[in-house]
Write a protein of this length. Structure first.
Length: 552
């Protein structure tokens, strides 16, 4: 077992992790260890390119001179429906404009159109403030990597962190396992957790394969509080030839949305007096599913059609916008006018021609708005443990503004790296004895780990994606209990050394999400209970928990 000694350990190397490294190394003498579950620059959600451009929200008044951090903050509060941490949200909005200037200095190039910055309006925002980035967050990550001080950096690529080490209530490092099965013990004065969300818990996800809930499982086991795990952004995506976001402005073309029989997917769930055109008008202004707008019936209809098995060869339903283009239709939607050329070129590069072919679509897991509870300095409740990016909860709530995730990664990655370094400068190096890793026994006759993960993904998709209810929660609880028993007798032969840990983390986080969904007997933001379809004042507070208060 190899041992690594450092001042600051950063877990995850996306936008949040990379920014934390740069911020920590701005302090003289600070040595950083960076653990990444893959290759630098090629793993994590920040570099997973599923759309032509990512939004980066910063209220600096560039497009609308009256926009400012307070307006941005008020937009967050409205979308959050009482579920964000106000101090954390305000920190995000106040630091976001400076972060644009910092990223530009580091070499990030934001999109321009006709000589000026291309700034668009994000989901749930009151005004355009989203700078646009080609290749999603890859530019941010690549630019920050170029500013690493490699003389003070221990790179741990292809390393999955499988446990945080806690001594006397304080996080003093972690244990990792490489893709070759070697265990590494990392001794750290401070640890920054930035290893993403849990999209891979679901059958269809706009996340790479390595996003298996590791941040939440690691923090939970270490005693950290988590919050808002019931609030997961879902949205429409393209199934073939590869998983991609179906951009919201497509709905302004009023495409046909049908099942395998050619029947409308939306019509069976429409309320009396509401038309499909009204649903699509509402949907064209924001990407994610939301329970408080008419657009909800689009995803509800899709999910019900898929649950009933009325699907195409890839498991989805069919979208046909050809008539709009044949008629020379112009949507008149500003977002469409701003983005269509960029979007269409991106789709064509991926073998998708929306103007001339029927495409298969479905609901996808996107990003979780919850995570480890942090304060405005990125501290968790566990001493010496920080969190940022999708690992952290606080800057978002029941709904999240489009374009807020990347600045949250950069802003709180910077804060976490700075705070971790300053803590390390006044802390003695921890001393702890060798740590024995968790052992897994592989059963030759048991179900394969890959099969159990696939079953879990389908169960989560069928029961917690978009349409939720007490009946579905009860079914999922029973199935999860059975899966946990089978996992104890699983076959991991010929599997990656990470497989047992992935399965463990995914089952643990699935249980957390299930209990959060069960407890919130209302619909609020991205959380929709079919049996409790309205927002209820009695549930106007976030649900926070730790391993000391939650049974999963």
């Amino acid at each position: 077992m190899r041992e690594v000694i450092c001042d600051v350990l950063v877990i995850g190397a996306g936008a949040a992790g990379a920014r934390a490294v740069v911020a920590a190394q701005q302090h003289p003498g600070i040595n950083v260890a960076l653990a990444v579950k893959g290759k630098l620059g090629k793993s994590g959600a920040s570099t997973f390119w599923v759309t032509e451009a990512a939004g980066y929200g910063a209220a600096d008044g560039r497009r609308n001179t009256s926009d400012n951090p307070n307006t941005h903050y008020q937009d967050i509060l409205l979308a959050a429906r009482g579920m964000c941490d106000a101090d954390v949200a305000r920190t995000l909005t106040e630091h976001a404009p400076d972060s644009v200037r910092e990223l530009t200095k580091y070499g990030v190039t934001f999109e321009r159109q006709d000589g000026d910055y291309l700034i668009t309006q994000g989901c749930y925002a009151s005004t355009p403030r989203n700078y646009n980035l080609r290749r999603h967050g890859s530019q941010i990550v690549d630019a920050l990597y170029r500013h690493f001080d490699t003389d003070r950096l221990t790179m741990l690529e292809d390393t999955m962190i499988v446990k945080l080490i806690v001594r006397s209530g304080r996080c003093v490092g972690a244990v990792g396992v490489t893709s070759e099965g070697e265990y590494i013990v990392i001794n750290a004065k401070a640890t920054v957790l930035t290893s993403g969300g849990a999209g891979q818990l679901f059958r269809f996800a706009l996340n790479p394969n390595e996003i298996t809930g590791d941040s939440y499982a690691l923090g939970y086991e270490a005693g950290a509080e988590l919050m808002n795990m019931e609030f997961m952004q879902t949205g429409c995506g393209i199934l073939h030839p590869r998983f991609l976001i179906l951009n919201s402005w497509i709905w302004s073309l009023y495409p046909k949305l049908t099942d395998m029989l050619g029947e409308s997917v939306i019509a069976p769930v429409l309320p009396k007096g509401v038309t499909e055109k009204q649903i699509m008008d509402a949907k064209s202004t924001h990407y994610p599913f939301g329970s408080r707008t008419l657009s909800r019936y689009l995803e509800i209809g899709m999910q019900k059609a898929i649950a009933a098995g009325r699907v195409g060869p890839n498991g989805g339903v069919f979208l046909d916008a050809r008539d709009a283009f044949t008629a020379g239709h112009s949507s008149g939607l500003q977002l469409f006018d701003d983005m269509w050329r960029l979007t269409n070129n991106w789709y064509l590069s991926q073998g998708i021609d929306v103007a001339n072919q029927v495409i298969e679509v479905a609901c996808f897991a996107h990003a979780i708005n919850g995570g480890l509870r942090i304060d405005s300095n990125a501290y968790t409740n566990v001493p010496a443990l920080f969190a940022a990016g999708e690992a952290a909860s606080g800057p978002h709530g029941a709904d999240r503004l489009g374009g807020n995730m990347l600045p949250a990664c950069v802003v709180f990655g910077s804060i976490a790296g700075k705070e971790a370094a300053e803590l390390a400068m006044r802390t003695e190096q921890p001393v702890f004895t060798s740590f024995m890793p968790e052992s897994f026994v592989s059963s030759v006759d048991g179900p394969k780990g890959t099969e159990l993960i696939a079953r879990l993904q389908r169960l989560m998709f069928d029961n917690l994606m978009v349409v939720r209810s007490a009946e579905k929660c009860a079914r999922l609880k029973s199935e999860l209990a059975a899966l946990k028993v089978q996992a104890d007798n699983a076959c991991f032969e010929d599997a990656s050394p990470w497989m047992p840990y992935n399965l463990r983390n995914m089952l643990l986080v699935a249980g957390m999400m299930l209990e959060a969904v069960e407890r919130r007997k209302e619909s609020r933001g991205s959380h929709f209970r079919e049996d409790f379809p309205h927002e209820e004042p009695a549930y106007a507070l976030p649900f926070a928990f730790s391993k000391h208060t939650l049974t999963v």
